[in-house]
Every structure is written in C-alpha cells, then in structure tokens.
Design a protein around this ligand. Sequence first.
Ligand code: SME
Length: 178
Amino acid sequence: MTPNISASTASNKAEFYQDLELQIQGVTDGQRNWVTNLANSSALIYHGLRAVTEKPINWVGFYLLDQSVPSTKQALILGPFQGKVACTNIDFGRGVCGTAAAEARTMLVKDVHEFPGHIACDAASNSEIVVPLVLDGRVIGVLDLDCEVTEGFDEVDQAGLEVVAKYLVQACDWRGVI
Ligand code: SME
C-alpha cells in the first residue's frame, strides 16, 4: 500500500513534531509490521528533522529487544535506521541506549563525552537522545538519534519523540521482538 503523505512544510521544531505525528499515522495506516513501520518512521524523522533544524543529525534508528539472548541477560539488537553502519548489539545498562532501556526513561545527552560508557558507533557524534519504547510496562526497544554537534537535541525533541515512541508501540505488531 502506498502511504498518502506529503513532505513536512514545518518551519520550526514544535510544528515539525506535530506534522510528524500525522505523517507517521499516515505511513502506518493499514500497516502493523514493525520492521516496515520503524523503517519509514526513521526516514521521516531523519530527513524531516535535518531539514527543519539544519543540524547535522547523523543517525536516527531503533534498537529492539534481542530474543536470541537468554532472558536473564537482556540486550538490544540493531533495527531499522537511517545513517551509517552502527553497532549491532548493546546490553541493557550499557551506553546511552542500554541505560535508557534499563532505566525505562529518556536519556537527553547534550555532550556524549560526558556520558560514562557512551558507545561511539560513529566518532563524529557529539550529542544523542534515546527514548525507550515501552509496551505494557516493559521496554521492548529504543529510538536513538545522534547529532554531530553538542546540544543537538533539547526538551522539544524529547517531548516530540516520546509521543512518536508511544504511538509506534501501539501501532505495530511486535512478533519476533516480544
Ligand atoms: N551511542 C549509542 C550507541 C548506538 S549509536 O549511537 C547508533 C550508545 O551509547 O548506546
């Protein structure tokens, strides 16, 4: 099915996130496959946010629960994304992603060099935001964004991305992840 959406014409970030919600609703209309929906969502966020902020956002994507590890040792595995090749496996509690997953809360990191244990998939990244995907109280993955400058993300991004994460959790079937 071809999604009936148009490119965001938002002129500021708050407006962009309002548009984004509608665009993600558009691309997920009639589609509940998580790979498909996360792939299109990462493309919408990556291209849209780069255009509206003019910041060098260099990676937008998802890590999901890795079902191949024993349940006693929770870990994340790379999912759909936009950007350069990235680390494939991250244990809960490790790096910014693993910390967001273990603590079930957003990590807004203005300077990754000040975050103990930050995993540098790309040495060009200087700031990062990671939002957990929570289904029925359980973390099933994270949404991760990187930027090449410090302070690439702020509380407006946090609020907008938390809405996206919440929407996607309900909009997808998570077969294979949970
Ligand atoms: N920097 C992340 C690793 C994932 S990449 O940024 C795509 C972290 O510290 O968990």
